[in-house]
Design a protein around this ligand. Structure first.
Ligand code: PLP
Length: 433
C-alpha cells in the first residue's frame, strides 16, 4: 500500500470533509498494517496464478462466452466453466450455475441431493447459518425440509473458545451419520473463523472414524482468503455463492458446488432432474461474467481484506474491540467491531454507506426485519443487489452492539466509508481523538 500523496490527502480533507486529526490516524494505521497487507498480497498472487492457470489450461476462448438457449445441450462454455472451477478448487468436478438463486439454494441442493430418508446430517460447527434453519427443519415446517424428508439432524457445538469438540464429535458419529457439515466462516458471530489447516485436521479425524462419511463445507465468504480451499484438505463437497467471493463482484447471480464426481453428479440431478444432471441447462448470457468474475476474484477478495484490516486498525485505535484482531490470521472476509454503544454502532453503519459507489446519499436506519429478534441496520450500496463481496455492514441493534463489515470491490471505497464513519463519531462527540 502506498502512502497517500498530498493530492489524495487534500481530497480527503477538502472534498470528503475528513479532519486532519483523523487523516493522521489513517496514515498511522496504514503504516501499522503494512506487514498484514504484504501477507494479503502474497496470498492473492498465488491464488491469482491458480486462477489464470486454470483458465489457460482449459483453453478459455471467446467462443466459450456465447451461451446456449433452450435445453442447453453441448454448452461448451458451461462445461469449461465447471472444469475451471474444479481445477481452481482442486476438486474432481464442479457445478457452477446461474440457476442457483443464492448460497442457501446451492447448499439445499448439495444437501438434499446427497441425503436419503434414514440418513443423518451432523453439523459439527454449531448451528449452521440462519437461512438453513428451514432447510434442515430446525425451524418452520416446510414440506421439503430435510427433516420432513426423513433426514435426521444432529449438532455438536464448538467449545467456548471456538474450537472443535473432538470428543463430542466422536460420540455423535453413528452408523446413520451420512454427512458431516462444517461451516468455515464465523458468519454473524464473534467466534474465530476456521482455518483451512483446522478444517483439514478435523476431516482427517472424521475420516479415521469412518471414511465413508461425506464431508460438506459451507465455504461462503472463505474463497481465496487463504491459498487453499477445503477440497484441497479432504472435503468431499464445498458450496458457495457467486455474489460473494468467487464471483469477483462481476457475477450478477448464481452459486457453485464443487467436489467429488459422485456428489456433484447427485447435486446436479437434484438441481435439474435424474437422467439430465449436468448435461442440460442453458447458460444464456452468463458464462462470460462468471469467467471474468472468477478471474477478478483473488484480487477483489484481497481488496476487501485490506479494507477489513484497515477498518480493524482504525476502530481499535478508537478504543473498540475488533474480531479478528488487526494482525490475526484470516480465513474469511468478515470483520466484526464491538461498539458497546447503540449510537456509535448506528453512526458506523451510516458512515460505511457513504463509502459506497451506489446509494451513498442514503442514510440507513434500524428497522424491524422479519425473522430477527432485534432491530437491524444494514449499510449497502452495491451494483448487484445484496452482494456482500461489495462493501456492506450490518448489525442487530442489541448489546454488545456488534457491526459486521465485509466486502469492498476496491480498498479506497472501504477507506472512505471507515473515515466517514470516524468523522461522524468525532463530530457527534462519541469518540475523542
Ligand atoms: C451467505 C452465507 C450463506 C448463504 O446465504 P445466501 O444469502 O443464501 O447466499 C450460507 N452460509 C454462510 C456462512 C454465508 O455467509
Amino acid at each position: 500500500m502506498v502512502d497517500m500523496n498530498q493530492k489524495s490527502y487534500d481530497f480527503y480533507k477538502n472534498v470528503l470533509g475528513i479532519g486532519p486529526e483523523i487523516l493522521k490516524i489513517a496514515k498511522y494505521a496504514e503504516k501499522n498494517i503494512e506487514n498484514v497487507i504484504t501477507q494479503i498480497d502474497s496470498t492473492k498472487e498465488y491464488n491469482q496464478l491458480k486462477v489464470i492457470n486454470a483458465l489457460q489450461e482449459n483453453n478459455l476462448s471467446d467462443t466459450h462466452f456465447h451461451g446456449t438457449t433452450g435445453y442447453g445441450y453441448d454448452d461448451r462454455g458451461r462445461d469449461v466453466l465447471d472444469s475451471v472451477f474444479a481445477k481452481v478448487f482442486g476438486s474432481e468436478d464442479a457445478l457452477v450455475r446461474h440457476n442457483f438463486v443464492s448460497g442457501t439454494h446451492a447448499l439445499y441442493v448439495a444437501l438434499s441431493g446427497n441425503l436419503r430418508p434414514g440418513d443423518q446430517l451432523l453439523a459439527v460447527t454449531g448451528k449452521p447459518y440462519d437461512t438453513l434453519d428451514e432447510v434442515i427443519g430446525i425451524r418452520g415446517d416446510a414440506y421439503l425440509s430435510l427433516k420432513n424428508c426423513g433426514v435426521e439432524y444432529k449438532q455438536v457445538d464448538l467449545d467456548v473458545v471456538g474450537n472443535f469438540d473432538y470428543n463430542g464429535i466422536k460420540e455423535a458419529i453413528s452408523p446413520k451419520t451420512k454427512m458431516i457439515m462444517i461451516q468455515r466462516s464465523k458468519g454473524y458471530s464473534i467466534r474465530p473463523t476456521l482455518t483451512i489447516a483446522e478444517i483439514g485436521k478435523l476431516i482427517h479425524f472424521i475420516k479415521n472414524i469412518n471414511s465413508e462419511i461425506i464431508i460438506m463445507v459451507d465455504n461462503c465468504y472463505g474463497e481465496f482468503v487463504e491459498d487453499r480451499e477445503p477440497t484441497e484438505v479432504g472435503a468431499d463437497i464445498i458450496v458457495g455463492s457467486l455474489i460473494k467471493n468467487p464471483g469477483g463482484g462481476i457475477a450478477q447471480t448464481g452459486g457453485y458446488i464443487a467436489g467429488k464426481n459422485k456428489f456433484v453428479k447427485r447435486a446436479a440431478e437434484r438441481l435439474t432432474s435424474p437422467g439430465l444432471g449436468k448435461k442440460v441447462g442453458a447458460s444464456l448470457g452468463f458464462n462470460r461474467q462468471f469467467f471474468q468474475g472468477l478471474f477478478f476474484a483473488p484480487h477483489v477478495v484481497a481488496e476487501s481484506l485490506k479494507g477489513a484490516v484497515f477498518c480493524a486498525a482504525i476502530m481499535k485505535k478508537l478504543g473498540y474491540k475488533v474480531f479478528p484482531e488487526v494482525d490475526a490470521f484470516r480465513s474469511d472476509i468478515i470483520q466484526a467491531i464491538e461498539f458497546g454503544d447503540e449510537r456509535a454502532l448506528i453512526l458506523f453503519c451510516q458512515g460505511i454507506q457513504k463509502g459506497s459507489p451506489v446509494d451513498s446519499f442514503v442514510r440507513p436506519e434500524p428497522w424491524e426485519m422479519p425473522g430477527y429478534d432485534a432491530k437491524v441496520i444494514m449499510a449497502a450500496g452495491a451494483f448487484t443487489q445484496g452482494s456482500s463481496i461489495e462493501l456492506s455492514a450490518d448489525a442487530p441493534i442489541k448489546p454488545p452492539y456488534v457491526a459486521y463489515l465485509q466486502g469492498g470491490l476496491v480498498f479506497e471505497s472501504v477507506k472512505i466509508g471507515v473515515l466517514k464513519a470516524t468523522q461522524m463519531m468525532v463530530t457527534e462527540g462519541i469518540v475523542n481523538i
